[in-house]
Design a protein. Structure first.
Length: 626
């Protein structure tokens, strides 16, 4: 044993206590740093001088050599961290939905005087007034004015919804860039952490930074984190694949999709596959853009298209005071110019599809009459075909109700002449066009001989859009009428016919007489248009226009309530978890100051010990033998 070994023992104690004081000071300095985890110095007894082997001196016991710093560790609960990550992406999801649903609510919560519903009510009232004074120019001017303000209100709501969808698309692209940036940073930190651990260090501050980035990433996408092997390789999973593995990482790209009106899909950069997220901000943004806001636009388009079609159907058959007929009140813009609805969908220069919006049967029906027929209707649905059975004891109204409740993308009702009308709705899938009847088939005779829609029964007489001239089974054999599909988003282009805007005398209030001449004082057409207000016309899944508006406002309100409450719940859960983590990992300044005082006393005692040993050595060296 060396004479100076006590000096070395004191030095170790000085260094250990200095390191402890420095670590406590580091904790205090970072007490306000985001994501910082307090650190503790683990002191351990240094290896004793003698070990139990044959070379040891004949000295009883082991001679201690002081203290050493074993490690500097973070006080962290990894199980709690896992729970926080899991709740963070749910918070990101509901926070995003809450913010954007609020924007949608503001679109519908317009002042009553400017809302679409108010404008539509005023439009019906104007036609009601015209029915009272069918020869009045001032009543016609009111109809034109109300129609124009209604048109502008629908355009405004459509632009507002489209603006929100565009905003969502931009937010998606920005979020993808943010995800890629955070992923790169985490992979880079993983590499530095592994190098530091290989040198025997604990890179606590680097791991804190990585944990903060991981939580930020969890707010954007749903992830799970795991550590494997002895080096604790840090792995992050999302969307069914590894996003980060050690220093390796994957990224996402943005790909424009034509079928989705040019909006972007999120794809894996190295696979090219579409990435599907279950939660987090990005999942909420995609769902809002492609489901919620898209559905709101589809509903508005459905309302606008049915509104234009129904008003035009009456006005086209009406006659003006000057004897004109065949005038549409609203100008319709058709998807194609071909009268039979033929369209070249494949782009090879040959017609291969039929785009038909509405089919009207040939025969007048009694809604309360039993049909006396049996069979199965096959209609196009969101996913494949939908079958609608009918029995001999069913009334016409029963079959119509069954069609409308079948979830098919075709609705049915009886028009002013009690003829069966089949209309296409908007399509749930972005791969199918809106307002296009894709398939109508009947195994029996309801759509053929009874209503006069199809020329016959069975697949050979079915109407199918995936062939040109599909209307041949309608017009040539049964006399059924049809209308070509409109350009997408009628809510954005519908407008009053310029012929009517330039001359209010082209607004018709009555029908032609038996002689084909205008009938003075005839108000039947004006009454027919005014009665559309509360007539079951199947505006999408609802029966009347009033029901459509009531349902739209109710649904968006319920979505807003759900998003707000779920956001508040997730926020409360995360606040509780963060409080629990802060009690373990957070810096308590009073506690750190207490530790500094304790380690300061230890440092002073060590210094005093060295001073005493120095005096002893001075006595031995300089005073013995004198």
């Amino acid at each position: 044993m060396s004479t100076f070994s006590s000096i070395e023992l004191g030095k170790r104690s000085l260094f250990a206590h200095r390191q402890a004081v420095q670590t406590a000071g580091h904790n205090i300095s970072n007490s306000s740093t985001e994501g910082y985890t307090r650190q503790r110095v683990n002191m351990r007894a240094f290896e004793p001088l003698y070990r139990p082997d044959l070379s040891r001196a004949e000295t009883p016991g082991q001679i201690g050599q002081g203290v050493d710093v074993g490690s500097i560790n973070r006080l962290r609960d990894e199980l709690l961290d896992t729970r926080i990550v899991g709740e963070t992406y749910d918070l990101g999801y509901w926070n995003t939905r809450d913010n954007y649903i609020l924007m949608l609510e503001e679109v519908y919560n317009e002042p009553d005087i400017t809302s679409v519903r108010t404008r539509l009510d005023e439009f019906w009232d104007a036609w009601q007034e015209l029915s009272v004074y069918p020869e009045s120019d001032s009543a016609r001017q009111v109809v034109l004015t109300r129609a124009t303000t209604l048109q502008d209100a629908i355009h405004h709501q459509y632009r507002a919804l489209t603006g929100i969808r565009d905003m969502l698309n931009g937010d998606i692209e920005a979020t993808v860039k943010q995800v890629n940036d955070i992923t790169r940073q985490i992979a880079s930190l993983n590499e530095e952490i592994v190098k530091s651990k290989a040198m025997g260090d604990n890179p606590n501050d680097l791991m804190d930074t990585r944990d903060v980035l991981t939580e930020k990433l969890a707010n954007l996408i749903d992830i799970s984190v795991t550590k494997v092997d002895e080096d604790e390789t840090y792995i992050i999973y999302t969307a069914g694949r590894e996003l980060v593995q050690g220093k390796r990482f994957r990224t996402f790209d943005i790909q424009s999709v034509i079928n989705n009106e040019g909006y972007s899909d999120v794809i894996w950069s190295d696979f090219g596959d579409k990435a599907y997220f279950e939660s987090g901000k990005l999942a909420a943004l995609i769902e809002l853009r492609d489901v919620d806001v898209r559905n709101e636009i589809k509903n508005l388009d459905t309302m606008a298209m049915n509104f234009v079609d129904l008003v035009n159907d009456v006005h086209r058959n009406a006659m003006t005071l000057s004897g004109k007929t065949g005038i549409d009140f609203f100008r319709e813009q058709y998807f194609i110019d071909n009268l039979n609805g033929n369209f070249d969908r494949s782009g090879d220069g040959v017609y291969d599809s039929s785009y038909i919006f509405r089919i009207t049967g040939s025969y007048e029906l009694d809604p309360r009459a039993q049909i006396g027929l049996e069979g199965v209707l096959t209609l196009s649905g969101p996913e494949g075909m939908v079958e609608v059975p009918y029995n001999s004891t069913d009334m016409v109204a029963d079959v119509i109700a069954r069609i409308n409740q079948s979830n098919a993308e075709v609705v049915a009702y009886l028009d002013q002449n009690n003829k069966l009308v089949l209309k296409a709705t908007t399509s749930e899938s972005i791969d199918n066009p809106d307002f296009v009847i894709r398939h109508i088939e009947d195994s029996g005779r309801f759509l053929a001989g009874y209503t006069g829609v199809l020329s016959g029964s069975g697949p050979e007489n079915a109407y199918d859009w995936e062939t040109a001239n599909a209307v041949a089974v309608l017009s040539e054999n049964t006399g059924a009428q049809y209308a070509v599909s409109p350009i997408a988003h009628p809510a954005g282009w519908m407008e009053v016919n310029p012929v009517i805007r330039t001359d209010i005398h082209n607004i018709a209030a009555g029908y032609p007489s038996h002689e084909g001449l205008p009938y003075p004082g005839d108000n039947r057409a004006a009454l027919a248009i005014a009665s559309i207000r509360n007539t079951p016309v199947m505006v999408g899944s609802t029966r009347t226009f009033d029901e459509y508006f009531a349902e739209s406002v109710t649904l968006i309100g319920l979505k807003g309530e759900q998003a707000q409450r779920s956001h508040e719940t997730q926020l409360a859960i995360l606040n509780e978890l963060h409080t629990m983590r802060d009690s373990i990992s957070g810096v308590n300044v009073d506690e750190e100051l207490s530790d500094i005082i304790k380690f300061q006393y230890g440092y002073s005692a060590s210094a005093r010990f060295i001073s005493v040993v120095n005096d002893m050595l001075d006595t031995i060296i300089n005073r013995l033998g004198v």
